[in-house]
Design a protein. Sequence first.
Length: 300
Amino acid sequence: MQKNDAAKVGLIGLGAMGLGMAGSLRRAGYEVHVCDIRVEATQAFAAAGGVACASPAEVAASCEVIIGVLVNAAQTEQVLFGENGAAAAMRPGSLFVMCSTVDPNWSIALEHRMQSMDLLYLDAPISGGAGKAASGEMTMMTAGLPAAYAKAGGVLDAMAANVYRLGNRAGNGSKVKIINQLLAGVHIAAAAEAMALGLREGVDAKDLYEVITHSAGNSWMFENRMAHVLAGDYTPLSAVDIFVKDLGLVLDTARASKFPLPLSATAHQMFMQASTAGHAREDDSAVIKIFPGIELPGTK
């Protein structure tokens, strides 16, 4: 599909990642039709140069490439097959790009379901955070039929600096994303544990952060998330409950083949504890709040 055939691109889900992706597409010259359950989000994007749609079906009626940036499989199902869903309104040969973190087997089944409707599907989870989504520098872990990539044309490269092609059928994109989330969740939990121990032992939080971020113990998650802790800012960019879900998917995937994941299981329990303690919708760095006897920065 040539660029001029894809002048219109649909995007459903204007959360932290979806909004940035929609902006990247618009900067690349696409006419971006958007839909979100929050009407104010679509109206704000329209005011900046996009096209607001009232439903997924309305997006599908205008666009042959539709990108879903939803929280989970249930939301994706609703967007595609619920009331005023996109799938029934999509023209034959249109493409749905699924960017959520989901059970790989669900993604494989969705590809078959879309094919039965003469629709193309790309298994394409994303990573990089809201900042990289906004700058068009995120990573996409994709898998799908050659025809799906051909239909996408330049759309993927307009949103991401790294577009990995991991297979010619759906599944491997979601499998790699699951493994990425295993590492991300464990790293956040470990970073929180390390910072909590430092606070318990009376080490200045800023000093600890400075030393660790210039030492072998550093990780991207320590550097990024512990900066939130230092600022005392738990505004959710990625919420605690995201890792309750994602590490749950990790464990479900491993359980099916009886594969042990002791670190993932422990991290999952830490996020579960934070969620049930009332921090479900806070930034995932709020997992540090499960540790007793420490005074967090910004709480005085």
